[in-house]
Design a protein around this ligand. Structure first.
Ligand SMILES: Nc1nc2c(c(=O)[nH]1)N[C@H]1C(S)=C(S)[C@@H](COP(=O)(O)O)O[C@H]1N2
Ligand SMILES: [Mo]
Length: 548
């Protein structure tokens, strides 16, 4: 076939001089057959370019992955590029992603990075057939851009340059080699040998890249894994052991979630593309800034402090009205206030700027830590060391504030500063520097859109106004009068409160049901509809139910 004979109709000198071996297929020949062959030839050339580009790109990524075994998972090219992309994602897009993909947002992002890289590699592979030097330089430049993306991540060190730099270099070299093999394919005296060389070169490089890439990734996962270290943590006995919450905190309504959210079902929200694996043996917490006596503590020292158990509901500012980003757990932690006092904070300090091992920053009001509420450095939830995705080995918690201003996971640094002088991660992205949790309520049973049999219909759900507590919940049916729901027992003002309502006079047909709560200060939840940006959504959660 002609595709074996020439790499392209307007290709390199090598292409143009490719010998015509097939009988009758001469350059002078005019007409349909020749044109068709030229097209086929061009198609074959593009296909080879795409193949070479993808294989070379894959080889580069695999080399990057192998280097990252030494420099750390977050320095690997795709991860670094993804984390960089997260950092520049505009707030509206981030909201769109949370809304539509939920916790799959990271998978979607990774797919995006891979598709972008694959497209670039494919185009570069085609370009390489006519402009090899330019294409090789472009490949290396992509590596340099990746290296810059990596080294500018907040937790990066200089070594983070290497995975992407060497990935770019490897990809450029592979691109050169395979392109030359491909162009020579039809030139060599023994045509089959040339073709074989190209095929073996390409397949071999591709297979090698897959093995090295997957192998490197598995090696990284193994090398930095902290599950053994986590399993070995011996949780301190709390100075104050809490009894189980009374059974009455949960109305026994089928379909209503439990009062304590099982850890496996606890929502997860963070900016980490790959989970930080922090070994407690390496963990240190630094307390510094506007203080008299800055100090550092190790995990063992932390464990020697006084620990307390506390039930607390955590919720995300990105939770829409009726949304799922809220959970209630029993936390084990050491109070944060004594640590601040030990450091001796200066007058005028009003913000704790906390940093996680991956460089995420969160700003919390000092006052909220010192006013007597149970702000803590938590190391366990629901009786187990924190799972890696919830911040192992140590996270911050301050009752009453949204997670983005209080609940730093993988905590490593507390900098005492001021709101005037410092911005945390989300502040320049349009969120308020301070954000107490707004009173919210949710109908969980029945599900919106459900059909329920006639007769008394049981409604149930949960309401929270973390730290202020919930004093009342009311439901409204078809815009009628608000009716008092039955509150389950209260655990602490820092936890949500479940509720139920027996709707005795439910007539057949479709109905709208709404819920609202009153917090512990007597303030009724606002009906004003507000989006999650800048400091939390408001409005009433409503469902439609068909009574049959
Ligand atoms: N290091 C770090 N901590 C973080 C975040 C983050 O992105 N990185 N997100 C915060 C936000 S927005 C919320 S709502 C809570 C969620 O905690 P969870 O994932 O354990 O439920 O963690 C907070 N702590
Ligand atoms: Mo959040």
């Amino acid at each position: 076939m002609s595709e074996q004979q020439s790499g392209g109709t307007e290709g390199t000198a090598a292409d143009r001089s490719a010998p015509d071996l097939e009988e009758g297929d001469t350059r002078q020949e005019e007409g349909a057959t020749s044109a068709k062959k030229r097209w086929a030839s061009r198609g074959g050339s593009i296909a080879r370019g795409v193949l070479v580009g993808l294989v070379a790109g894959g080889a580069g990524l695999a080399v990057g992955e192998l280097i990252a075994v030494a420099t750390g998972e977050a320095s690997a090219p795709v991860t670094a590029a993804g984390n960089w992309a997260i950092s520049i994602t505009p707030t509206w897009l981030e909201q769109y992603a949370i809304r539509n993909f939920g916790s799959n947002d990271k998978t979607v992002l990774l797919i995006g990075v891979y598709v972008t890289l694959a497209l670039a590699a494919a185009i570069d592979g085609v370009l390489a057939r006519t402009r090899l030097t330019l294409a090789s330089i472009l490949t290396a430049v992509v590596g340099v851009v990746g290296a810059i993306a990596a080294v500018t991540r907040p937790a990066a060190d200089t070594s983070w340059l290497f995975p992407s730099l060497l990935a770019g270099l490897a990809a450029a070299l592979a691109l050169r080699w395979l392109t030359i093999l491909s162009l020579k394919e039809s030139q060599s005296s023994a045509e089959l040998t040339g073709r074989r060389r190209f095929l073996f070169g390409t397949l071999g490089t591709g297979a090698g890249a897959l093995v090295a890439g997957y192998g490197g990734n598995a090696w990284i996962k193994k090398r930095y894994n902290v599950s053994d270290a986590r399993a070995k943590v011996v949780l301190p006995t709390p100075a104050k052991v809490l009894p189980e919450p009374p059974a009455a905190v949960h109305p026994n309504v089928p379909g209503l979630g439990s009062f304590i959210t099982p850890t496996s079902q606890f929502y997860r929200v963070d900016t980490a593309l790959t989970l930080p694996h922090v070994d407690p043996r390496d963990w240190k917490l630094k307390i510094h800034g506007m203080v008299d006596r800055p100090f550092e503590i190790t995990f063992d020292e932390l464990l020697s402090y006084r620990f307390e158990e506390h039930d607390m509901t955590l919720t995300c500012v990105s939770n829409e009205v009726g949304g799922p980003y809220v959970g209630n757990a029993r936390w084990l932690g050491t109070p944060l206030a004594p640590l601040l006092r030990r450091a001796g904070i200066h007058r005028g300090t009003d913000m704790i700027l906390s940093t996680s091992s991956d460089g995420m920053t969160i700003g919390s009001p000092v006052e909220a830590v010192l006013d007597g509420r149970q702000a803590m450095l938590a190391i366990a939830m629901n009786g187990e060391a924190l799972p890696v995705k919830h911040g192992f080995p140590c996270r911050m918690l301050i009752p009453g504030l949204y997670g983005y201003v209080s609940a730093t996971k993988w905590l490593t640094d507390l900098n005492l500063t001021t709101f005037a002088a410092s911005d945390a991660y989300w502040t320049p992205r349009g969120y308020s520097p301070q954000a107490p949790v707004k009173t919210a309520s949710r109908i969980d049973v029945p599900k919106s859109g459900a059909t329920v049999p006639a007769g008394p219909v049981v409604l149930a759900g949960t309401a929270w106004a973390t730290h202020r507590g919930i004093a009342a919940v009311e439901v409204q049916i078809d815009n009628g009068a608000w009716r008092e729901a039955k509150l389950a027992a209260s655990d602490t003002p820092d936890t949500w409160r479940q509720w139920s309502y027996e709707w005795a006079d439910a007539a057949k047909g479709s109905h709208k049901v709404k819920v609202r709560a009153t917090d512990g200060t007597g303030a009724v939840q606002t009906s004003t509809v507000q989006d999650v940006v800048p400091n939390g959504s408001t409005g009433y959660h409503g469902i439609t139910v068909r009574v049959s």
